[in-house]
Design a protein around this ligand. Structure first.
Ligand code: PYC
Length: 332
């Protein structure tokens, strides 16, 4: 039976949507969130299609379900859903989910101001400040991030030769920096990001293997991160992250910022203790930091944190019934 009623809290993190689905959860099979993510992808994907795509969602739509923790030390678990699928980790999604869940009383921290959350990519720690019921900011201590591939030469129809890196921050990011055939984000339009990103992603995924050494279900370069000169005071870098088929993240992207810091750290351009304020395509900012050095499968890696804010703006009740020809969404 593919029908249901889903209560949702709608929020945005620094401009990008987060739809926290508070009822209608499918029971998921698995010992951890990675296995539960696989179960959702195999058996419950219609829920994502219904709640993320038009007419109930839109190109940029992104959301989550809260689940009971899988580990003894955790407060809760999150399953991320968005138009690009079920992400192993989502930074803006975590900030929005934590804000909406705390403000609505759905989530109670064992230690006020701190949470431990199981996510498909592993376990993350969160700090937050709540005043008069409102969550002021959320800081995520993200999973280990690392530069996976460096200086990959590709030939992109309509652009020409490009050199890109691939870095992991909870998802694998293809990072495009200013160079001869790419003048930087400030000289590039959103239409160009949307036109060329899927082409580059296909070229990379046909030729370069990205598989997480600790969890092979986390694989494939799913996102592109285009860099450029920041426009806002206090920013150290600017980016536009492309995901799904037509989305550009309105937030500075938590996993993208982690991946970018891991790249800069690997090149010696950021060191432990250093902050990195990242600006989005609409000028909103996350404050990133290199918290510590670590290793992933014996290779150098770093532990990033990302701090940002979210605002709750509404509640809704979405019904999905298979008598509706567009119950499971569409794309144009
Ligand atoms: O904030 O990690 C993030 C994210 C991933 C895709 C869109 N936002």
């Amino acid at each position: 039976m593919r029908k249901g009623t889903f209560f949702c809290i709608d929020a945005h993190t620094c401009g990008n949507p987060v739809r926290l689905v508070t009822s209608g959860h499918p029971d998921l099979v698995g010992n951890n969130m990675s296995e539960k993510r696989q179960d959702f992808l195999a058996n419950h994907y219609w829920i994502l299609e219904s709640l993320m795509f038009e007419p109930r969602g839109h190109d940029m739509m992104s959301g989550s379900f809260l689940y009971p923790p899988c580990s003894d030390n955790a407060d809760a678990a999150i399953l991320f859903i968005e138009t690009s699928g079920c992400l192993p980790m989502c930074g803006h999604g975590t900030i929005g989910t934590v804000t909406a869940a705390l403000e609505s009383g759905l989530l109670h921290a064992k230690t006020p101001g701190q949470l431990i959350l199981d996510v498909p990519a592993g376990q993350i720690r969160v700090e937050y400040e709540q005043r008069d019921g409102k969550v002021e900011w959320v800081k995520i201590y993200n999973i280990a991030s690392y530069l996976a591939h460096q200086d990959i030469q590709i030939n992109v129809p309509g652009i020409g030769e490009l050199k890109v890196d691939i870095s992991y921050g909870g998802n694998y990011y293809i990072i495009v920096e200013p160079q001869e055939n790419y003048p930087g984000l400030e000289n590039w339009s959103a239409a160009q990001v949307l036109q060329f990103s899927p082409i580059i992603r296909d070229i990379i995924n046909d030729t370069v293997e990205c598989v997480h050494p600790d969890d092979p279900s986390v694989c494939g370069a799913s996102h592109l991160l285009w860099t450029g000169k920041p426009q806002k005071p206090g920013s150290d870098g600017a980016n536009a992250v492309f995901y799904g088929d037509k989305a550009i993240d309105r937030s500075p992207c938590g996993t993208g910022t982690s991946a970018r810091m891991a790249q800069l750290y690997a090149r010696g351009e950021l060191s432990v203790g250093q902050e990195f304020t990242h600006e989005s395509i609409i000028g909103s900012q996350f404050v990133g930091k290199v918290e510590a050095a670590t290793e992933v499968a014996g290779q150098p890696a770093m532990m990033p944190s990302i701090k940002g804010w979210a605002k709750v703006f509404g509640k809704n009740c979405i019904t999905v019934d298979d008598d509706d020809p567009y119950a499971f969404g569409f794309q144009v």
